[in-house]
Design a protein around this ligand. Structure first.
Ligand code: NAD
Length: 522
């Protein structure tokens, strides 16, 4: 395979001076070559942080965090009100950075920039209530009280992947910071630029300098020191790495949230609007070049509508505008790297070698750019194939037939993963009943993923091997806090009085329990 250099003019905002300014906050030496995905050309030499750099980053964040935790919630939230405006006003520059470092198409990149403002909006409305001390009442009415007090964990380590570098790098930090924590972020080396700019914008909005640190390096080099210094770890990435992170966090007795991979099914019911389902499946399989944790890799169709769906779906996939451009237009961009493209190709080659049929695509496209791969639809995929069981994480999807809805549900659940699922049908009640039977942290009806992911008030996480814990919702902020149970006793009435007959004490204690139940005393 020959790699043909692609001639493109980089977005005007992505100047060498801007890139140097962004990486100036990364401690370290022995740089890593961060390249432009569409061309393979060097963008900037990214410093790689040593264990010593990481320890110092935590020390700086911890020093700033002490003051930040004492800052009133009103003043902390004021930073994010200003940040919201700055993030929206600078969305196009963020889009430029996301595109050069990830190779995704422009529409997908600008949609990614919307995520941190949406998270800010949600928690701006909710954080003060969640973080306010809550009186719970004590065991003896009037004489005791107990108050739930939320304390920040300290400094949170965030490890982010490359597929949504800005969303995962920044959005997960927002509730942590609002709750009074410091943050040390480790983005993926390939996609460190957009989160670095996000931190710059947060500081322009008034986030204290030093509070939000960044360290860079390969995961196995940076991970251990980062986890050993953190008070909590927020990880987004593959299931394999999630196990490594979870093990180390467990040894250190710190909490962690693990947002991992998926092998997400789409079930099309017999009464579904097929045009809408086909359009949905195009985004589900090929949006972000198939590199969305919640995207669709398996489509289950009723026998009666299989051929109709297949014909329309293949035709649409073949007509997609796939190319490198920093303008709007292309419907699909590049995969993130040549290495990842080869992994995706190996899944397709393995499936074909074991008997699967390629209905369209199936090949790399070096003429479009070093890491381009065609939108690929397969038929005849079985569980002895790599793409039959493990996440491919590329623009590759398999079509399957089912005879009964029970069979469709069983097939959808026949996986170790449980991140997202999509059910399509005109009868919403019937579709809901099917959705409820799917073992998955997110289920979208008549949509692929956006409705669930954009619902910031509801926790979003994975079942089975797709994760532990959740982001969004109350849980998405409270996980970054420790609970202090502050209890006050005004007069000692619990326990036997001096000289009291133990039998009498036990009798009065037991009747007290009955009273508490009857009068619903907490
Ligand atoms: P990955 O697990 O290889 O890497 C993710 C991050 O972890 C990177 O920053 C990487 O440098 C770091 N890392 C790797 N090994 C490490 C180690 N031993 N210790 C500490 N850090 C380490 O995943 P990836 O290939 O970069 O990302 C794609 C995966 O992420 C897919 O599986 C996708 O489904 C998943 N993902 C999940 C969600 C979600 O919300 N559930 C969102 C986005 C991506």
């Amino acid at each position: 395979m020959t790699l043909t250099p692609v001639q493109l003019t980089r977005p005007a905002s992505v100047t060498d001076a801007f890139l140097q300014q962004l990486i100036a906050r990364v401690p370290g030496g022995s740089p890593w070559r961060l390249t432009e995905v569409y061309t393979g050309e060097l963008l900037v030499e990214l410093p790689q942080s040593t264990p010593d750099d990481i320890e110092q980053a935590f020390a700086k964040s911890r020093a700033a965090q002490r003051q930040w935790a004492l800052t009133s919630i009103k003043d902390r939230l004021a930073v994010f009100k200003r940040a919201h405006t700055l993030f929206v006003d600078n969305a196009r520059t963020v889009t430029d950075l996301i595109q050069v470092e990830s190779g995704k198409n422009r529409l997908m990149a600008i949609e990614e920039t919307c995520d941190p403002p949406m998270v800010m909006s949600h928690y701006l409305k909710r954080a003060a209530k969640l973080l306010a001390p809550t009186k719970r009442g004590g065991p003896v009415p009037m004489l005791t009280s107990s108050t739930e007090i939320r304390q920040p964990k300290g400094v949170v380590g965030i490890i982010a992947p490359w597929n949504f570098p800005f969303a995962t790098g920044i959005s997960d930090a927002i509730p942590a910071l609002m709750a009074g924590n410091g943050v040390v972020l480790k983005p993926d080396n390939k996609t460190a630029l957009s989160p670095l700019y996000g931190i710059q914008l947060l500081e322009e909005a008034g986030l204290p300098e030093g509070l939000f640190q960044v360290v860079c390096g390969e995961g196995p080099d940076v991970g251990p020191t980062l986890i050993d210094n953190a008070d909590y770890v927020m990880f987004t990435g593959s299931t394999a790495t999630g196990k490594v992170i979870g093990e180390r966090a467990g040894r250190n007795l710190i909490g962690c949230c693990l947002e991992l991979g998926g092998k997400n099914p789409m079930i099309v019911l017999a009464d579904a609007d097929l045009d809408a389902a086909v359009q949905g499946a195009i985004f589900g399989a090929f949006g972000n070049t198939g590199q969305i944790c919640m995207h669709i890799e398996r489509i289950y169709l009723p026998e009666s509508r299989y051929d109709e769906f297949k014909t329309a779906y293949v035709a649409k996939a073949q007509s997609l505008d796939v190319r490198a451009a920093y303008e709007f237009g292309p419907e699909m961009g590049s995969l993130v790297s040549v290495e990842h493209m080869k992994r995706v190709m190996s899944h397709v080659d393995d499936a074909v070698a074991k008997g699967a049929t390629v209905l369209c695509g199936g090949k790399p496209r070096p003429d479009l750019g070093p890491a381009f791969f065609e939108p690929t639809i397969l038929e005849g995929v079985t569980k002895d194939m790599l793409c039959g069981v493990t996440e491919t994480f590329g623009p590759v999807v398999a079509l399957h037939k089912y005879r009964t809805v029970d069979e469709a549900v069983a097939l959808a659940n026949d996986t170790d993963y449980g991140l997202n699922a999509s059910v399509w049908g005109s009868d919403i009640t019937a579709a809901r009943a099917v959705a409820a039977r799917i073992e998955s942290g997110n289920v979208n009806i008549n949509d692929i993923l956006a409705t669930a992911y954009a619902a910031k008030g509801t926790p979003s996480g994975g079942f089975k091997k797709s994760g532990v814990g959740a982001r969004h919702g109350d849980q998405g902020l409270l996980k970054y806090t420790d609970v202090q149970n502050m209890a006050v006793l005004k007069k000692q009435v619990m326990g036997p009085r001096p000289g009291q007959d133990p039998d009498k004490y036990v009798t009065s204690m037991l009747s007290g329990l009955k009273m508490m139940r009857r009068f619903r005393i907490r």
